[in-house]
Design a protein around this ligand. Structure first.
Ligand SMILES: Nc1ncnc2c1ncn2[C@@H]1O[C@H](COP(=O)(O)OP(=O)(O)O)[C@@H](O)[C@H]1O
Ligand SMILES: [Mg+2]
Length: 303
């Protein structure tokens, strides 16, 4: 179901595209001083269990790079998120699974404030992202790559021009540095040859990989993927999924991926979350979810 039909003022899927470029002398992101010290007896438990801290308990532990606490979101009469909670540890790959219309994309959009919750607390890198504005929000968004369902390339520009346009807009790199960065990134996804091509000339798998290249070209700390492998053949699913794993292992990138592709989930998942009617029903390893007793989850996995 295309989401573009609404005229809700807060739908700003292209917000990243229009975010102002960072100034060359801008200070890099620094965590707020409000993070709790390690030896603080009241500090929340480590997030390895994936336990989400309650509302009002302040920033999550430092290793918890994303924590969504009890998010509620409605559009008119439609309650989409009904208390969704999950946390993601730095350097891991989380996967959110669930049926169509369960609220997966809506949930992910809260991480970059493309949507703000009606209630609940979205924490990203130790800060309440829903309370961020202006330059602070721009900086945060620049540290998060977002791979949209559509791919997000301009059809009228070649792959190289697309990348250059994006870099020009969002970085202070010189022309030569931009060229190097584009080449390096394209070779990382093994698509240097596509630089002069237009998006329409690429296969579905290549388009996804170019989308991935575009999402990582600013060297983000966090990557959000909305259905990164949907519509791809199994070989391309594997290629894209392997790239996501390499981004975690070689660059330490934390990722959250929405997928209902089991092959992709099997390759990339450290921790899986199952969303149903706007609530996370269960979190665990993919194996744990696959063996869940919950009828809805069993049904999803065809058990
Ligand atoms: N901006 C919006 N305005 C109104 N309804 C929306 C908006 N975004 C999503 N929805 C609705 O919320 C529900 C969940 O959407 P979504 O999160 O995109 O589902 P999915 O789990 O398939 O990604 C759907 O019914 C969708 O139509
Ligand atoms: Mg979706």
């Amino acid at each position: 179901m295309p989401e573009a039909e609404t005229t809700e003022p807060e739908r700003r899927d292209e917000a990243q595209e229009t975010a102002p470029a960072a100034e060359p002398d801008e200070a890099p992101y620094a965590p707020p001083s409000s993070s709790k010290p390690e030896d603080d007896a009241t500090a929340p438990a480590r997030s390895t269990s994936g336990e989400v801290q309650p509302i009002g308990s302040g920033p999550p532990p430092e290793d918890t790079i994303i924590e969504l606490r009890d998010l509620h979101k409605s559009f008119g009469d439609l309650d989409v998120l009904n208390g969704a909670s999950l946390s993601v540890e730095r350097g891991t790959s989380a996967v959110v699974m669930g049926g169509s219309g369960a609220g997966k994309s809506v949930l992910l959009k809260h991480v970059v404030k493309l949507l703000t919750p009606d209630a609940g607390e979205p924490w990203v890198k130790g800060q309440r992202v829903d309370e961020m504005t202006g330059e602070e929000l721009d900086d945060l968004r620049l540290s998060i790559g977002y791979l949209f369902q559509g791919g997000a390339l301009f059809d009228s520009m070649s792959v190289e021009e697309n990348m250059n346009f994006f870099l020009k807009r969002h970085s202070a790199l010189s022309k030569g540095e931009r060229q190097d960065r584009i080449e390096e990134t394209l070779s990382w996804v093994n698509l240097v040859d596509t630089a002069p091509k237009y998006p329409a000339e690429l296969s579905g798998g290549q388009q996804k990989r170019i989308g991935l290249a575009r999402a990582i070209i600013l060297q983000p700390e966090i990557l959000l993927y909305d259905e990164p492998t949907t519509g791809l053949d199994p070989v391309s699913v594997r290629t894209v999924s392997d790239l996501i794993v390499r981004l975690r292992d070689e660059r330490g990138i934390t990722s959250v991926a929405i997928t209902h592709d089991l092959l992709c989930a099997e390759i990339i998942t450290d921790r899986a979350h199952f969303i149903y009617e706007g609530e996370i029903l269960e979190s665990g390893t993919l194996k744990e979810l696959k063996h869940s007793d919950h009828p809805t989850i069993r049904n999803f996995f065809g058990n």
